[in-house]
Design a protein around this ligand. Structure first.
Ligand SMILES: C[S@@+](CC[C@H](N)C(=O)[O-])C[C@H]1O[C@@H](n2cnc3c(N)ncnc32)[C@H](O)[C@@H]1O
Length: 267
């Protein structure tokens, strides 16, 4: 049975005071450089967890509002901040990112989310969350996020349970693995400044690291597209359709014959 994810994070954090380590992540250092270049001072952080990056940003002068649905993460981070001067620069709220973000339009200079959007979210939830992020950051504002990629060793791992789309449960954690085509598809209303790759932890996790800039309204905004995106989306379709238990053998065979005919092959 798949554990309830909010409960799972609460238990993980209560068992290990520094689950991701005490030091700020390499990704946070990369993000801070972007924030400095773009004059960011007010930051929205989604899924701060135990706050390794939140504390680092505050120590470097940023003012942060953090949203996480784990009550354990919020209470642990608040306890760490007690008596510290940076406490006045960090405010935390328990909040589920599948719900509307509780701030007015154009509140923040930037949004940071390290391994949050690849949690237990369906594609629709991710699209809605990014639309909400778009709403609460200022025009020209940055979104700097990381997600587990389809190059990650846990993607399609034999011990993982397939949950549809690119969602898998492994070791109690539900992860939505991202392809580059998904990142491009979700970037409506943003200019893609950069899509890179980073490894983190002992596995190591393989991450896409993404920098977006808010350009205009989402409505009518063109999705950045080219032929390689089309191939990526085509591949995503096949990955999903050929996932364990999705299609029977005969249907897979008919799709393969149809694709061969469409490509002009003789059967
Ligand atoms: C992989 S951890 C990353 C924590 C932190 N960003 C770090 O790198 O140290 C993901 C975090 O997102 C939070 N989270 C997962 N799903 C969420 C949701 N639907 N709404 C709010 N927070 C969520 C979890 O509680 C957890 O703290």
């Amino acid at each position: 049975m798949i554990p309830d994810q909010k409960q799972h994070w609460n238990e993980i954090y209560s068992r290990n005071a520094e689950f991701f380590g005490e030091e700020p992540s390499d990704f946070a250092k990369h993000a801070l450089a972007q924030f400095r270049e773009n004059g960011v001072s007010e930051l929205l952080e989604l899924g701060p967890g135990q706050g390794r990056d939140t504390i680092y940003f505050a120590e470097n002068g940023l003012v942060i509002e953090g949203l996480d649905y784990s009550s354990q993460s919020i209470s642990e981070l608040n306890a760490k901040l007690e008596g510290r001067s940076i406490a006045s620069r960090i405010k935390l709220q328990m909040h589920d990112i599948r719900e509307p973000i509780p701030f007015p339009d154009s509140t923040f200079d930037a949004c940071y989310a390290h391994m949050l959007l690849c949690m237990h979210f369906k594609e629709n939830d991710i699209q809605t969350a990014l639309a909400e992020i778009h709403r609460v950051i200022r025009p020209g504002g940055l979104v700097v996020y990381s997600v587990r990629s389809t190059f990650d060793p846990h993607y399609k791992h034999p011990e993982a349970t397939y949950l549809g789309e690119k969602l898998y449960e492994i070791g109690g954690f539900v992860v939505h693995f991202f392809s580059e085509a998904m990142i491009r598809k979700f970037a409506r209303g943003f200019k893609i400044v950069n899509i890179g790759r980073l490894k983190e932890g002992s596995l190591p996790r393989d991450l896409f690291v993404v920098v977006l800039k808010k350009t205009g309204p989402i409505e009518g905004a063109a999705v950045e597209g080219n032929m390689s995106d089309a191939f990526g989306l085509y591949q995503d379709f096949f990955d999903a359709a050929y996932g364990p238990g999705v299609l029977d053998k005969k249907t897979k065979f008919l799709i393969a014959v149809g694709a061969s005919l469409a490509a002009g092959c003789e059967t």
